[in-house]
Design a protein around this ligand. Sequence first.
Ligand SMILES: Nc1ncnc2c1ncn2[C@@H]1O[C@H](COP(=O)(O)OP(=O)(O)OP(=O)(O)O)[C@@H](O)[C@H]1O
Ligand SMILES: [Mg+2]
Length: 257
Amino acid sequence: MTVGKVIAIANQKGGVGKTTSAVNLSAALVRKRKKVLLVDSDPQGNTTSGIGVSRKHEKKQLYHCYTGEIPIKDVLTVPNSKHPLTVIPSGIDLAAAEMELFPIPDREYVLRNLLKEIRDDYDFVIIDCPPSLGLLTINSLTAADSVLIPMQCEYFAMEGLAQLISTIRSVKKSLNKSLFVEGLLLTMFDKRNRLTFQVESEIKKHFGDQVFKTVIPRNVRLSECPSHGQSVIEYDVRSTGAQAYIKLVNEFLRRQK
Ligand SMILES: Nc1ncnc2c1ncn2[C@@H]1O[C@H](COP(=O)(O)OP(=O)(O)OP(=O)(O)O)[C@@H](O)[C@H]1O
Ligand SMILES: [Mg+2]
């Protein structure tokens, strides 16, 4: 298995389960004794607060690495010593990075260059992207080996997907030739809703084996755990949400060569 594989969790559509998947996929990998670095690349900072990074890290965040103020090694934090998951936190400051990056010639490669120094200290580096296709997402896709796309099974899911796939293609063409789609993950899966199955079969028709067999059901534990600053693995490992992410990690690890 490759060391330091970088996976961007991306979908420009908001609220599809990117952060929930980034946090809980990372936590389920840690449970499997993998060394994982979770990078919050979203100014909303949902990963950062959801995994329990303390406020004292406000001045040591990804933004300060983008600007060159702080070396990347100095922003790493492990919010819970019982679950050794390393995090690069973010907050609203990061929103400024997008504008400040604009005049820089290598603006799409900043995150890639920052991660170069540390990625091989981990088995996996998971990047939570914001709900946009702006420079923060482009930096994440340029830094990544692969992209994992969470999707909610709802009517508009496919429309945004075409745009995302076309962005991935253009990043592949001009910035990161080896980028590939790790898989599509169906989230907030609701078995009682007929539309869910229609959308699922539509997605499978287009993407076949690229769709993870494991689906993530709607589960209240998954929505509760961030307010406790914990992944669902720590919060309630027996919940259907935790079991789904554990199953996803098993499938994900089987797929790694
Ligand atoms: N499987 C699930 N079951 C129940 N609630 C979920 C599930 N997945 C995500 N949620 C909830 O849905 C909301 C959106 O999820 P999440 O924050 O992971 O999406 P996102 O794609 O990261 O959003 P954004 O685009 O704003 O970054 C959150 O309140 C989250 O707790
Ligand atoms: Mg999010």
